[in-house]
Every structure is written in C-alpha cells, then in structure tokens.
Write a protein that binds this ligand. Sequence first.
Ligand SMILES: C[S@@+](CC[C@H](N)C(=O)[O-])C[C@H]1O[C@@H](n2cnc3c(N)ncnc32)[C@H](O)[C@@H]1O
Length: 299
Amino acid sequence: MSRSLALQQMSSGRHRQTNVVPLRPETDVVIRCEDNIEFMRSLDPESMKLIVTSPPYNMGKAYERRSSLESYIAEQAATISEAVRLLHPKGSICWQVGNYVEDGEVFPLDIILYQLFKNHELKLRNRIVWTFGHGLHCQRRFSGRHETILWFTKSDNYTFNLDPVRVPSKYPYKKHFKGPNKGQISSNPLGKNPSDVWEIPNVKANHVEKTDHPCQFPVELVERLVLALTNKGDCVLDPYLGVGSSSIAALLHRRKAYGCDISQNYTNTALSRIDMLQTGQLKTRPMNKPIYQPPVWDE
Ligand SMILES: C[S@@+](CC[C@H](N)C(=O)[O-])C[C@H]1O[C@@H](n2cnc3c(N)ncnc32)[C@H](O)[C@@H]1O
C-alpha cells in the first residue's frame, strides 16, 4: 500500500491496527523488576538509540514515595546521568513530565529538570506539548490539560525520520499560485510535519489500553517518537517502564525493547501485554485516529 493511500485511510478512519508481532523474546525484549540505576548499570555504554520515559512526579501516587523537591531532583539527576552513559551518539532522550504541586503552587518539572540534561551537554531539539481532554477539574486554577516531552540529543548528528510520522495535510490539494511550479500541488503528498503540539487522548477508564496503572503512556505517543528517532533493530529503553507501553511501541515497529520498574505487579502486566502482542490479542489505539467528537445536540 502506498503511503499516500495509508494517509488517506487514516484520515477517513478506515485504518486498523492488527498488532500481531512475531517476537524472538530472548533477543528482542529485556524487562526486569529492578531499581533503574541497578538495571541501567548492567547495560552496555552507548547501546540505546532512544531512552523514553515518564518518571514519577513526586506527587504521592500509589507507585511513589513523596519526598522533598531537593531529594527528588537528586534522584532524577542520578537516573539521567546513567541514561546519558547508555545513549548512542546518534541517539535521543525523551523525558515526559507534568507538574509537581505543593500547597496549590505549581512547579513545572520540565523547567526544573532541563538543567540536569544541559549538565551533560545534551541539546534540546523540541519541547513537545502533549495535550489531552481529560483530568482533574480544578477549583482554584485552570484545569491542567497538557504535559510536555523534553527531547534531547547527544550530538548534532542524530537520527530523525520525518516521513513515517507525517500527518494528513489540512489542504492536500493546495497548489503553487506562482513561480515555476505554478498549478502544481504544493503540499507534501506524504502529509505534513506533526508539529510540536500533539493532541493524543490520555489513558483514562474508557481507553482501549487501560490497565490498573494510574498513569500509563498512550502507546501512540511513544510510537511517534520510536518511528521518528530510531531505525529498525535499534534499542529503546524505558527506565520507569510501568506496564510496558514504551516497549509495546518499540516492538510494534521492530525495535528492541528494554525496561525496568520497581513494581512486580507492573512488570508482570508489561510482560503479559507483550505476550498478547505476539498473539494479536493486544488492542492499542491506532496512531493518528481522529479524536472523538461528541454529537452536537440542538436545544
Ligand atoms: C509515571 S509511571 C510510568 C508509566 C509508564 N509510562 C507506562 O506507560 O506504564 C512511573 C513508574 O516508575 C516506577 N518507578 C519509580 N521509581 C522507580 C525506580 N527507582 N526504578 C524503576 N522504576 C521506578 C513506578 O513503579 C511507576 O510505574
């Protein structure tokens, strides 16, 4: 199927995700129930093309122990330092975070953590805004409906594949109105750059990917990063793996998946999701599926 046909199908809603992924478990997947510093120390330097993760936000969720902001930052610094050691020279780190909130005051974690990456001379390529429709309804500030992904590279010579992540153009039949190409279609037939603002539903109760983890990644969010920032056969690591959403995104696109989580419960769920992926039983929300718009009722 040509890519333009695939894009047309995506936009018309006929695109389907089959999710039957033949795996060689002994070489394609390494998942451990372990503290991430221990796990990362066991891996080879410069072996990971993409390190993508969502760390705890120090908000006292079921999976975290709330500590002072200073000790939280020190823990993050240690994990980031080990991640940089593992990062391939052409590789990327994507750190997805929201806010830490104390006594009603909001501390944006991307601003706080940015310097930890700069201490290793990484270069920021995008600060991606991930926006979604559902969350807490705040009473004394505007309800938060976005988080961010800091995308850093180790060098200026980094992998970036735009074509696999293009999205349908708004005006695909727009033409050049002057110059030597006058009358010819001006937009790229493969679609447009998805920009640095991504509207992707977060995983709440009705989401097809929902497990018992309170804060899982939507797989499609990580798929876009995997496709753009790695090639087939590359290694993708998530040091705060949760229920394995980033591993699923990697395996769906024939990359190798590495990850760890301190919770046995979550790593068990991650492994059983990967088993389901092999047999075609795992449902994921397809990339670029249009956001559901409720019907408009007349009064
Ligand atoms: C925000 S969640 C990540 C969820 C994940 N993105 C997913 O899609 O399931 C953070 C995870 O980090 C894990 N965690 C916290 N401290 C850890 C540590 N020191 N080493 C490994 N995992 C840790 C928690 O158990 C939790 O599952």
